[in-house]
Design a protein around this ligand. Structure first.
Ligand code: NPW
Ligand code: ADP
Ligand code: K
Length: 491
């Protein structure tokens, strides 16, 4: 399967890839000092825009992050800002471009201590960036603690010092920033929690690294958004069958889950949606939305015989146990695109290998962190690393839900969604997501793209609705979002 991560300036580069981008730019004849000047210029620009006019503390570290700080100090001072520069370590120990930029700063450099903050109304944090290697300690730690106590507004250079660029983990502590100015492309640490929350506004500055370096680096991670996928076309000559038929397995007790999913699948454009209901619950489902087809789930194999039911969703409200596990394996046996959510995942706790051997990249697993643990056990690493590892291990696409939802393809591509609002955390919202995904699969989208699109539409629907959202509102917000891509009969 082809994984296309379209170029929309959405790529995310690991720390190592960022160093490669830097090295490739240098190899292309761009001077490192020029990149650093541009980086410092972007930081100074953000400071002018966001920090209160007054004395600014510029905290410089021993590496190139500190070098960017020296440039910002010079540019702000030239513009008449009062700045106070404090350095961790000795000026003589600075190397390369950072040493050059320290040399171009003609003002005073004081040692880094919490005192450097006094009398200041804002801070530029140029202590550590991509090179952060261990938790903050000593003077760096004391100063960051003091920033928190004084509640000073901070602009971070590259990353808030203490945030790990690859994982978003906070090593020890890190300042809560008003904004973070990073360069060329963001890193995973800007997108994953808790790092993302430390960053504040993320500014991605062009510092002159040519985009062509990406051809060599071939990033396989990007921020989720409409540039990554295209929604299914509504064809003039189409009919309901050509728009696909979603089959959702409903449960006997938690009947709301399948109904929420069914409505979402219909709103996102599936031509038909059927709920397969246990005989004892048929009445509940039949009393629901009149546009949903309802059939008995027993025997389930009979329902799977009709190949026009081309996207299958199992799990929401399904009831954990052998019965559901058996139906999951039957569904996977059809080879049709399949979404396994909630109870369909939990039913394989302690015997995930029985599931994995039936999976492929036509299947999307949509666990939240708890379901993920049940299926994959405790895994080390960031949510990105865990989702990627789980996708490789299981062979399926893994959509790991949360405030920083990750979609990972077993062959390597992945996206992180950075703009879903926190009020999505409401019961039933995961069922809606599963329904959106099944609805897109039924319309023929590739599973990886469908998973990314569903996550984005889900977050966008929540953002459009605003706080107070309940799961039922999500599907109702979908038409307005789809209408942003107006249908033109002459397309
Ligand atoms: N890539 C690009 O395109 C461009 C990158 N640019 C900039 O370069 C930055 C990366 O620079 P960098 O590689 O020099 O690393 P940086 O973050 O300054 O820190 C390394 C130093 O910190 C030290 N150290 C680490 N952790 C520590 C701790 N907890 N406590 C104490 N010390 C600690 C570490 O020491 P060591 O581990 O070696 O003992 C080392 O001396 C990047 O973030 C961006 O701002 C721009 O200029 C323009 C183009
Ligand atoms: N803090 C948050 N910010 C943004 N989205 C969130 C947050 N917490 C949860 N979500 C999203 O809300 C949905 C919750 O799904 P899930 O946990 O399956 O709930 P349920 O089982 O009640 O439907 C997921 O799509 C998840 O990504
Ligand atoms: K920093």
């Amino acid at each position: 399967m082809r994984i296309t991560l379209l170029r929309m300036n959405q790529e995310i580069l690991s720390v190592e890839q960022m160093y490669r981008a830097d090295a490739l730019a240098l190899a292309a004849g761009i001077a490192g000092a020029r990149l650093m000047e541009a980086a410092g210029w972007a930081v100074a620009r953000a400071a002018r825009r966001l920090l209160p006019k007054g004395r600014i503390a510029i905290l410089c570290g021993p590496g190139n992050n500190g070098g960017d700080g020296f440039v910002a100090a010079r540019l702000l001072a030239r513009d008449g800002w009062s700045v106070r520069v404090a350095l961790l370590g000795a000026v003589e120990r600075l190397k390369g471009d950072a040493a050059i930029m320290a040399g171009r700063w003609t003002g005073r450099v004081e040692p880094l201590t919490p005192d450097a903050l006094h009398g200041c109304v804002g801070v530029i944090d140029a202590l550590f960036g991509a090179g952060l290697a261990r938790p903050l300690e000593g003077a760096a730690k004391a100063v960051v603690e003091e920033i928190g106590r004084l509640r000073l507004p901070v602009i971070a250079v590259d990353v808030p010092s203490g945030v790990h660029g690859d994982s978003g983990a906070v090593l020890g502590l890190a300042p809560d920033c008003l904004a973070t100015v990073t360069f060329f492309r963001p890193k995973p640490g800007h997108c994953l929690l808790p790092g993302r929350l430390k960053c504040g506004e993320l500014v991605v500055a062009d510092i002159g690294i040519p985009a062509a370096v990406l051809d060599e680096i071939a990033p396989d991670l990007c921020r989720n958004g409409p540039g990554v996928w295209a929604l299914p076309e509504i064809k003039a000559e189409g009919h309901k069958y050509s728009r696909g038929h979603v089959l959702i397995l409903g449960g006997a007790e938690m009947t709301g889950a399948a109904r929420l999913a069914a409505r979402a699948a219909r709103r996102v454009g599936a031509g038909l949606v059927s709920i397969a209901a246990p005989p004892e619950a048929l009445g509940v489902y039949r009393a629901g939305d009149p546009g949903v087809l309802v059939a008995s789930s027993e025997p389930f194999a009979d329902l799977l015989e009709d190949g026009r039911r081309n996207a299958l969703l199992l799990g929401p409200g399904g009831g954990v146990g052998e019965a559901l596990a058996g139906k999951v394996l039957a569904a996977l046996g059809t080879g049709r695109p399949c979404v396994l959510d909630a109870d369909a995942l939990s039913s394989f706790e302690g015997r995930s290998a029985d599931l994995f051997r039936h999976l492929s990249d036509r299947v999307v697993l949509t666990p939240h962190d708890g379901e993920f643990r049940r299926l994959f056990g405790e895994m080390p690493g960031s949510r990105l690393e865990r989702a990627r590892h789980a996708a490789r291990l299981s062979g399926a696409i893994v959509l790991l839900k949360g405030a920083d939802t990750v979609v990972a393809h077993p062959k390597g591509g992945a996206t992180i969604t950075t703009d879903a609002p926190p009020w999505l955390a409401t019961a039933g919202s995961g069922d809606v997501l599963a329904g959106l995904l099944a609805g897109l699969l039924a319309q023929g989208m590739e599973p990886f793209e469908a998973a990314c699109a569903a996550v984005w539409l889900h977050g966008r629907a929540a953002a459009e609705f605003g706080p107070g959202l309940i799961a039922e509102d999500l599907s109702e917000a979908i038409p307005a979002i789809l209408a942003e891509r107006r249908w033109d009969p002459h397309d």
